[in-house]
Design a protein around this ligand. Structure first.
Ligand code: ADP
Ligand code: MG
Length: 477
């Protein structure tokens, strides 16, 4: 006799409990009720759609792995979502959705939360898929309202607005926004997406980084599912691809993108692309793609001037409910000349310093903080120093980083240490891997990607990384 479903689930929980932080476990796993087990499909009941989406986004691979451990390779997970909890007259209303538990996670833990309730065969397209079910992957904070206009971005911003009002219906197709790091490409591209959704909720919008696009493509290639991949992208009305310069080494992905581009363009769908260089300077991107980019409009983003910087600082402070003396705002605007991200960074550092030292923000503090901030780092920080800082921060033992432990907080500390080592030292990926108990460079790449992805989805996590980044930055001065 097989174990019953509640026993199976209890064993899964036993494993999960050791891996997931206690608070998360209480929030996301305790409320789950196992309901049935049929032919290796375990159905679990969750309290809401949101709950389901959260699990699928954050814990899908953990769930898949533990379930497979208990039930073998064929294990599947289905969710029963409580739509209405019912009352004495009406039975509760629920809906069943297959989980991603069937996917193989052998390579890395790529996430595909693009479409909810994926079918078994094809991770993207469900029979009778409603286009609306595609999540646009947008950050709602990135809007036109919060994107300050200045000489530095006027053409791009206005073109973006026009496109958002009439996606596919202007000559700005594709719209290519380009400019250096931290100048607002992602913000503007997402603002267009958000605005389209605002004006026209029925439009299918999708934001994706080129790295994610390439990873998805590779993953589909492995599963002989390239057509599904292309088909999925052809469903989109407004496709935003961020940082297309990363296509440079991905020849095959460019082919897929070319065919998607043509299809969408011919069907009057909108494409929005961002790049760190003008299309004419993009190396390693096929000429046929570059010539397509010239069909539309390329607009650049420049470093903002002083007045625009003041306005940007003002809106950031307003949004975060902060106040500081005028002279301090001016001082920051005057002294930070690189890009908007640095401007924000200076603001955050200042806040952090003021709250850590329980000290009012004044010009003197601003001078002190910015002195560190603008000065280019002279001291080379070492991987070991970074590892120690991260261990101290998360209170994990240093030698655990080098071992094979898969405990969640250690994995996380290890990944963040790799990410920071990559960002703040000049060591090669190989060398970094060697400092972590002889892991290879692909592990380092994967870790860095995981950290970036998590920072996008998990604000607490992001906060920790930013805080650590700051510590490392300060130590490097
Ligand atoms: P990029 O993608 O070009 O590297 P981002 O879009 O990530 O840059 O922008 C970096 C930061 O600067 C973001 O937090 C963004 O909100 C902010 N930012 C950039 N330009 C503006 C602007 N014109 N107004 C307000 N905030 C801006
Ligand atoms: Mg960006």
């Amino acid at each position: 006799m097989d174990k019953s479903f509640d026993k199976i689930w209890a064993s899964c929980l036993d494993i999960i409990k050791d891996i997931v932080e206690w608070q998360h476990f209480k929030t996301w796993f305790e409320p789950i009720k196992p309901v049935s087990l049929k032919e290796k499909i375990l159905t679990i009941q969750v309290p809401s759609q949101f709950f389901y989406e959260y699990l699928e986004e954050h814990y899908v691979s953990l769930l898949a792995k533990t379930l497979k451990r208990e039930l073998g390779k064929e294990a599947r997970l289905e969710y029963r979502i409580m739509v209405d909890s019912g009352n004495s007259k009406n039975k509760p209303l629920t809906t069943d959705i297959p989980g991603h538990g069937y996917r193989s996670y052998s390579n890395n833990e790529m996430d595909f939360p693009l479409v909810i309730n994926n079918p078994v065969k094809n991770p993207f397209v469900i029979p009778g898929l409603k286009k609306m079910q595609i999540d646009p992957q947008l950050n709602s904070a990135y809007t036109f309202d919060t994107f300050i206009e200045g000489d530095c971005n006027r053409v791009a911003r206005r073109a973006g607005k026009t496109v958002a009002e009439k996606p596919g219906g202007t000559s700005f197709n594709p719209l290519v926004v380009y400019g250096g790091v931290g100048l607002g490409k992602t913000h503007l591209a997402q603002a267009i997406g958000n605005e389209v959704k605002n004006l026209n909720p029925n439009k299918v919008v999708l934001y994706v980084s080129s790295e994610k696009f390439i990873n998805q493509f590779i993953d589909h290639g492995r599963n002989n599912a390239i057509n599904d991949f292309i088909h999925f992208y052809q469903l989109i009305d407004v496709l935003i691809i961020d940082d297309i310069q990363f296509f440079n080494r991905a020849e095959k992905s460019q082919d897929a993108f070319f065919s998607i581009f043509n299809h969408l363009h011919q069907s009057g769908k909108q494409l929005i692309l961002t790049s760190d260089k003008s299309p004419k300077d993009l190396e390693g991107v096929q000429e046929r793609l570059l010539s397509r980019f010239r069909w539309g409009l390329s607009a650049d983003l420049q470093v903002p001037d002083y007045e625009t910087k003041i306005e940007i600082l003002d809106i950031k402070m307003k949004n975060d409910g902060l106040e500081m003396p005028r002279e301090v705002v001016k001082y920051i605007a005057y002294n930070i000349n690189s890009n908007v991200r640095e401007l924000e960074g200076a603001l955050i550092s200042l806040l952090a310093q003021s709250s850590l030292n329980k000290r009012e923000i004044d010009l003197e503090l601003a001078k002190k903080v910015l002195r560190n901030f603008v000065k280019s780092s002279t001291k080379e920080i070492t991987i070991d120093a970074i590892q120690k800082m991260v261990c101290e921060y998360f209170d994990v033992a240093y030698d655990k980083l080098l071992q094979k432990t898969r405990k969640r907080e250690i994995v996380q500390a290890r990944q963040i240490s790799m990410f920071l080592s990559k960002a703040f030292t000049k060591n090669s990926l190989k060398t970094i891997g060697e400092h972590f108990g002889g892991r290879d460079h692909t592990t380092v790449i994967h870790s860095c990607q995981t950290v970036k992805d998590l920072m996008d989805t998990d604000s607490l996590f992001k906060e920790s990384v930013l805080e650590l980044q700051q510590k490392v930055q300060l130590a490097a001065m």
